[in-house]
Design a protein around this ligand. Structure first.
Ligand SMILES: Nc1nc2c(c(=O)[nH]1)N[C@H]1C(S)=C(S)[C@@H](COP(=O)(O)O)O[C@H]1N2
Ligand SMILES: [Mo]
Length: 208
């Protein structure tokens, strides 16, 4: 959905915008594992790989990434720890924009998002390329604060917010799914997709 040049995340049009088991917060909690990284615009880069799933792997410098066309997205945010922050306006580069800079083989079915300090998260390629998905640089008209992911974070409004990875540095395309940080059994085995509307919080536990 598009209005006044802003992409409207379709979940914001639901009669009840709170997914099951969530409560609304007006504050914006900060949630992440590990320290906050420092940002050096002269060494920062953003990689799209690997060959041959990506025909010619791409590496953007910070000025190159900043020169990409921008979009605005109106969306809600749902953390698996049960808070939801509604009415966010994100500004940045649509994930679909990457398609204008590389050719991705049809065998690519999943992505692994790679961040500073080794944080990662995996998602199905159709969720990654959703029309409301973007790499955000701004929130509600301001530069993203460092603790919310400055200079660049992924935003996937349709999935739980652990998939909205902060301090993102690269995207790996994959033919087969592989767990990211929270999705790994030793870190809680969060769900491989993480859909808040079906409360897909955790993966199947087969042992124990
Ligand atoms: N790099 C990185 N990104 C991350 C996380 C993290 O630990 N590291 N935590 C995720 C989780 S669990 C949530 S709920 C959101 C929180 O985003 P916020 O701190 O901007 O509210 O960031 C996500 N992105
Ligand atoms: Mo979260």
């Amino acid at each position: 959905m598009q209005a006044d040049g802003i992409v409207i995340s379709s979940d914001t049009a639901r009669a009840d915008r709170l997914p099951p088991g969530q409560s609304r917060t007006v504050k914006w909690p900060v949630l992440h594992e590990g320290p906050e990284p420092t940002f050096d615009p002269t060494t920062w880069d953003f990689a799209i790989f690997p060959k041959p799933l990506v025909e010619t792997p791409v590496r953007f410098t910070w000025p190159e990434f900043c020169a990409l066309p921008r979009v605005k997205v109106f969306a809600d945010m749902h953390c698996v720890t049960r808070w939801s922050k509604l009415d966010n306006i994100w500004e940045g580069v649509a994930t679909c924009e990457l398609r204008n800079h590389c050719t991705i083989a049809p065998e690519a079915k999943f992505v692994m998002v790679h961040c500073e300090y080794g944080y990662s998260t995996n998602l199905p390629i159709e969720d990654f390329f959703a029309e409301d998905a973007l790499f955000a640089m701004k929130h509600d008209g301001q530069d993203l604060p460092l603790d919310h992911g400055y200079p660049l974070r992924l935003v996937i409004p349709k999935l739980y917010a652990w998939k909205s990875a902060k301090w993102v540095r690269g995207i790996e395309f994959m033919t087969d799914n592989r767990p990211g940080y929270w999705e790994r059994p030793e870190n809680g085995q969060y769900h491989m997709q993480g859909n808040p509307w079906t409360e897909s919080r955790f993966g199947e536990r087969t042992t124990e």
